[in-house]
Design a protein around this ligand. Sequence first.
Ligand code: ZN
Length: 304
Amino acid sequence: MKTIGAVDIGGTKIAAGAVTVDGTVLGRLECPTAPRDGFPAAMRRTAEMLRELGRSTGAGYAGIGVACPGPLDPFAGIVGDVGTLPGWQGGNLVEALEGAFGVSVVVENDADAAALAEANWGAARGSSRFIYVTISTGIGAGIILSGELYRGVDGAHPEIGHMVLDFSGPLCYCHARGCWECLASGPAMVAWMREQRPDPCGLTASRICDLARNGDELARRAVDREGYYIGLGLANLITIFTPDAIALGGGLMKSADLFLDRARQVIREICTQVPVEKTHLTLASLGPDTGLAGAARAWIHRHQ
Ligand SMILES: [Zn+2]
């Protein structure tokens, strides 16, 4: 049986996989993204990985799905000015891979692709109003309404990570002050901790979580603050969309146990105008396969 070729593009690495129509990742290869080597070189490496996977699984590709950070044009497959992919602007993912394989190629924003995978194969199966939120270096989300991916005008992807929560907060690269991403992303947590206690030796969000578990008082405050802002952003989403389910993914959720009680408390306090108890808040369940499963699901979604 044919599989779907899946490509998950990140700023550091590109993963490729062969995925079955029920979401099983049969094989997986990775290479460095090395964006400064240029878009065509990255596409050649990607095509090589897909060919190798095709040989090892012995199955041809029905099509290829690609999950890529935005901004991008999900229909034309053209990469926009993506902060983590310098030099890729204008690169056409659809053209590059259709030219190499002669099958249809579908490109989707990575958060949207992950939302499709979680809604069909993961934590939100059976939910028709669903939001996937990823919290790591940045904060992004994919929204599913009535089983369909929500798209903005001209296919634009809504940037929920840049909703403003505290206008007196830190200045974000998006030019707003106190948007969700600059209050609750991993780097935001590190920046806050550094302001309180200068730390010259490579502080990371994961290190702060370790310190908090070991009883460091300031790290515990950083974790409490993180839970508060995660909850505040989620409370806004629940009030605006009243979804059946929200699933949380991304690197910071490896320490979800440190944040979620506080986040739930904030949600309960704030969401008084909607049936908040009906929104199921859960963790994303596809783990390290989310990106590849999402890329494959994006292809299936457009061919249903
Ligand atoms: Zn912002």
